[in-house]
Ligand binder design. Structure first.
Ligand code: HEC
Length: 143
């Protein structure tokens, strides 16, 4: 092999590696930017179990599914940490505070595509720990 061909080969390899690296990092940067979860969601399993019982007792599950299925309210599957489009055009991340507020003051933020149907008596009916437990249960359904 002449030294010219060796040089050309080396150049091709270097350019190829560089391009590969560029595409690879470009790809992973893209993933980060489009990801919907901010921080990893950590769930207290005991609180989530209490929340599941409450969701049944309080008839939340009459309107919300936990498996992605349709209901008169949005499904809880994949809800925590996702971007919620609201009536009026605003978009918010469904963090703990948003979920808590959605339960105690449902009419304050209405999810796009849904009616303001959710009862507003849960703030009186449930104490703060119970609402937190429901939030933990919804978070356990994030994935
Ligand atoms: C009569 C039906 C109904 C019941 C019962 C109900 N909800 Fe809802 N819920 C809705 C509807 C409709 C929406 C969407 C409109 C809105 O944002 O208020 C909603 C929205 C929500 C949201 C925000 C969802 C999102 O996609 O951002 C959460 C969280 C929630 N409900 C939790 C609960 C919990 C917890 C209970 C029980 C304690 C409950 N709901 C009971 C109908 C209901």
């Amino acid at each position: 092999m002449s030294s010219w061909t060796e040089g050309a080969l080396a150049l091709i390899i270097v350019v190829g590696l560089g391009l590969g690296l560029f595409l690879f990092t470009g790809e992973s940067l893209g993933d980060g930017a489009t990801g919907t979860t901010q921080a990893p969601i950590t769930v207290d399993p005991e609180a989530a179990a209490r929340g599941q019982t409450l969701a049944q007792e309080q008839a939340c599950l009459n309107c919300h599914t936990t498996d992605g299925g349709a209901g008169s309210g949005p499904t809880w599957k994949g809800l925590a940490g996702s971007v919620r489009p609201l009536v009026g055009g605003e978009e918010v991340i469904a963090d703990d505070a948003y979920l808590f507020n959605s339960i105690v003051a449902p009419s304050s933020q209405i999810v796009e595509g849904y009616e303001d149907l959710m009862p507003d008596f849960f703030a009186d009916q449930l104490d703060e720990t119970q609402v937190d437990d429901l939030v933990e249960y919804i978070k356990s359904l994030a994935t």
